[in-house]
Design a protein around this ligand. Structure first.
Ligand SMILES: [Mn+2]
Length: 290
């Protein structure tokens, strides 16, 4: 059993019935077992699906309707609670299969460590991969309390695997002094505090490159997205994140996969975090696959 049957039946609006019919596969990675502060992002994917019921199927920004893109919501992967290593193996194996079938993977987190196995599979398929990482946190730790499989390490691991010069981080406003020193010394790109303007400056450099886009919802100010495990004051607006997604959609990048992670619904009784997240997912579905 690959998908969690307890959650089956909830799908993002206008999902096609089968994977065969789809160019894009939306899938959940309900893992939150390595978080350093507040858990709960395992419930993110389904709350985002529920919130999608309130969305218009038409995007005024992109002048495009969800009918025009073929995607299938596969549900949440069944992951073994508490076992990070095996969970990551399951995710990596699943992404390899999707890539072999020529599908565009669009992932819903879960904690940010889930992006690491996705990147491993992506890099195997695309040796010239670049990564656009939008987040409040650098995620450049080597380990957390001795644990290398932590939600604070995925971007460090990505730098080591695919080359720091191929990693582009935006919106970063939190991390250890050592992480910022590493960012400087390693040759990666890091834009602190801002997202849209530095992103627009970088995009022409990445023309034609295969690019994976990973967005941590906590890049937003907690006023826009309180429903996340490690909220950080001083973030960007939902309007700026939408504009950034649209800048990516309008670019000449070859976007080959994406994810949105760290929605933890229990900390947001207003549900605005997952409501915003469902809109970002709609725009990614409509804009990222040409
Ligand atoms: Mn983060």
């Amino acid at each position: 059993m690959r998908f969690d049957e307890a959650y089956s039946g909830k799908v993002f609006i206008m999902s096609r019935a089968t994977e065969d019919e789809a160019d894009i596969v939306l899938y959940g990675m309900p893992m939150d077992w390595t978080v350093s502060f507040r858990p709960g992002s395992r419930f993110g994917p389904n709350r985002i699906r529920e919130a999608s019921i309130g969305l218009e199927e038409y995007s005024l920004y992109l002048n495009k309707h969800l009918e025009e893109v073929k995607y299938h919501d596969a549900g949440d992967l069944l992951l073994p609670f508490g076992n990070a290593a095996r969970s990551l193996d399951i995710i990596e194996g699943y992404i390899r299969e999707l890539l072999e079938k020529g599908k565009f993977p669009l992932g819903l987190g879960g904690e940010h460590l889930v992006t690491w196995p996705v990147l491993k599979a992506m890099y195997q398929k695309h040796p010239d991969l670049a990564v656009i990482h939008i987040d409040a946190h650098a995620d450049l730790r080597e380990e957390y309390e001795g644990e290398v499989l932590s939600h604070s390490t995925p971007i460090r691991k990505a730098c080591e695997l695919i080359g720091a010069e191929n990693i582009y981080s935006f919106g970063i406003r939190s991390g250890m002094r050592e992480e910022f020193q590493y960012a400087k010394d390693s040759g990666m790109h890091m834009s602190k505090f801002e997202v849209l303007e530095p992103l627009k400056r970088v995009l022409p450099k990445l023309t034609g490159r295969p690019v994976y886009v990973t967005i941590d919802i906590d890049v937003l100010d907690p006023a826009c997205a309180p429903g996340t495990g490690t909220a950080e004051a001083g973030g960007i607006s939902s309007k700026e994140l939408l504009a950034s997604i649209h800048a990516l959609a309008a670019s000449d990048l070859n976007i080959v996969g994406a994810d949105l992670v760290e929605v933890a619904p229990a900390y947001d009784p207003t549900e605005k975090t997952q409501i915003a997240a469902s809109k970002f997912i709609r725009e990614m579905l409509l804009g990222f696959v040409k």
